[in-house]
Design a protein. Structure first.
Length: 527
């Protein structure tokens, strides 16, 4: 153990700093030394190496949680942590906190899945430490090639022997009494996937930040996000109650009955790396007879890294994975995913792999249709079934420029060299309304293009708040003029010394033509 102790200062108390949940501090010289590790890991690993592995965190449960009692005869849990080139002290603090704050009679084992790390500290030094500190409790699974988070989690499930499996990132810390509420809910119904509430460990200071009670949702790109709990939960006024009807999960932690997870089909091993699997699991469990919920009385703290492992361009994998979800589970609403990613429905050139096994799984489990899920689980999710055209909007006068949201505080549309990402996502509807901007789950990021009949530039406004219907209605067909119904003016380009040589204006029509990249066509037909 001498080499490990020397490299990390892993003696009892781990340097003695940061006990009681308080962050350690670095001197200016230490801060300079810390920068390379910050850049490597996406958090302050230099500081982590100087904080106790056994530190305690503040108890951020609602106060009423402390009065609740749980049965002692709860099922045992296997805790599964996935890592790839993680800082050793961070992994070990995850393990220490798991042991410290999971009752011994409930903790079956801890499984560390190494997704083919290159860091030498995560090989023999890690094994030596956990085998000496926790003999027989910790298992280490080594992937022989880099599989990605999704398949690595499935590998951890295969070796787990507990009745319940908990899946966690290897940069979390547990808090007292996190276990009992989770296991009690799963014992009550084995078809529940239970999510502890997440608090934040600040990546630079390792200070704990309490997050408010939240549900977990997503947008049509299948990026996850926190959402407000349902109105019914607020109305009941019980801060200890499970937050039910959670559409999906953030993904850093979830707990599920082991056998039920197998029956449900695990995570989709046809997905790559990570991104979208957390949304797919939420959709699948609801459609196929189970449920997903967040527990305010169970809290786990998580480091939100500023640098992600595996791949710098995680959007590449998330997009591919999102198409798998859309094609298997979303029926006619899959068009919303293609729209959000600005991908044509046909001939898009993205190989999302063989989905036949997942389609067969859906049939075998006799799952409901996706419309039921939207109606009953995620009614807040806006549907864009009225879309006719979508994508970049180009004018015949300068086809290298696209209509763009620009600075949102200006509330006006502008021009920018075409790149096809969110601010340039145009959408023309059957009602003649023209939207611009990325699709949030509730539509907050996209704006209506409006002619207010006062300004000579198009306004970007919240469509629901524009009461004059004609001001937000445009006559348009592909490769033709864009004519506002209220004013009769056209959306056109004029020469300018700024804005890349052209300005977007409203003026008397001169015959300029617009095209919007993709046509929805017949894609709204049912499954």
């Amino acid at each position: 153990m001498l080499g490990l102790s020397k490299s990390l200062g892993l003696i009892e108390g781990f340097g003695g700093r940061g006990k009681g949940g308080l962050p350690a501090t670095l001197s200016p010289l230490e801060d300079i030394d810390a920068k390379p590790l910050r850049d490597k890991y996406g958090y302050n690993a230099y500081l982590s190496d100087r904080i106790s592995l056994d530190r305690s965190l503040p108890d951020h449960r609602p106060s009423q949680c402390k009065t609740l009692n749980y049965p002692r005869d709860l099922p045992q849990i296997s805790l599964i942590f996935i890592f790839v080139d993680e800082a050793l002290s961070v992994i070990l603090r995850s393990v220490h906190s798991a042991v410290n704050y999971t009752p011994a009679h409930l903790l079956k084992e801890i499984i560390l899945v190494d997704d083919n790390s290159e860091d030498e500290q995560l090989k023999a030094p890690l094994e030596e430490y956990v085998n000496k500190r926790y003999p027989g409790l910790v298992k280490i699974v080594r992937n022989q090639k880099r599989e990605g988070l999704i398949r690595a989690r499935n590998e951890g499930w295969k070796v787990a022997t507990g009745e319940v499996t908990g899946f966690f990132d290897a940069h979390v810390e547990f808090t007292p009494y996190w276990t009992e509420p989770v296991l009690a809910r799963i014992k009550d119904d084995r078809r529940r996937i239970v999510l502890p509430s997440i608090d934040n460990i600040k990546h630079d200071t390792f200070e704990l930040e309490r997050y408010e009670n939240s549900g977990h949702g997503y947008n049509w790109e299948l990026w996850c996000m926190y959402i407000s709990p349902p109105k019914q939960w607020w109305d009941e006024g019980d801060m200890t109650a499970p937050i039910r009807h959670v559409p999906a999960m953030i993904g850093c932690s979830f707990v599920v009955n082991r056998d039920y997870f197998g029956e449900l089909g695990l995570l989709d091993s046809g997905m790559d790396v990570y991104g979208g699997e957390n949304i797919e699991l939420g959709i699948r469990v609801w459609l196929c007879g189970g449920s997903m919920e967040v527990l305010p009385c169970s809290r786990v703290a998580h480091i939100a890294r500023v640098k992600k492992p595996y791949h710098n361009n995680i959007a590449f994998h998330t997009r591919r994975n999102a198409l798998r979800v859309a094609e298997v589970w979303m029926d006619k609403y899959k068009s919303n995913v293609y729209l959000a990613w600005n991908i044509p429905m046909e001939n898009h050139g993205i190989d999302f792999g063989d989905i036949s096994e997942r389609v067969a799984l859906r049939e075998r489990l006799q799952c409901k249709r996706f419309e039921w899920y939207l109606d009953n689980v995620y009614p807040e999710m806006r549907r864009h079934s009225n879309t006719v055209f979508y994508g970049e909007m180009r004018n015949s006068k300068a086809s290298h420029l696209c209509m763009d949201q620009g600075l949102k505080e200006n509330h006006t549309a502008t021009l920018h060299p075409c790149h096809g990402w969110g601010p340039q996502l145009g959408r023309y509807t059957k009602e003649g309304q023209l939207f611009l901007g990325p699709l949030g789950s509730t539509g907050d990021d996209t704006r209506c293009v409006v002619d207010d009949q006062t300004s000579n530039v198009p306004q970007l406004l919240n469509c629901d708040k524009v009461t004059n219907l004609k001001q937000k209605t445009w006559n348009f067909s592909q490769n033709s003029s864009m004519i506002n119904q209220a004013s009769g003016r056209c959306l056109e380009l004029v020469p300018s010394k700024v804005n890349f040589g052209h300005q977007l204006v409203l003026q008397s029509c001169t015959g300029q033509r617009w095209t919007i990249k993709n046509t929805m066509g017949q894609t709204m037909s049912s499954r």
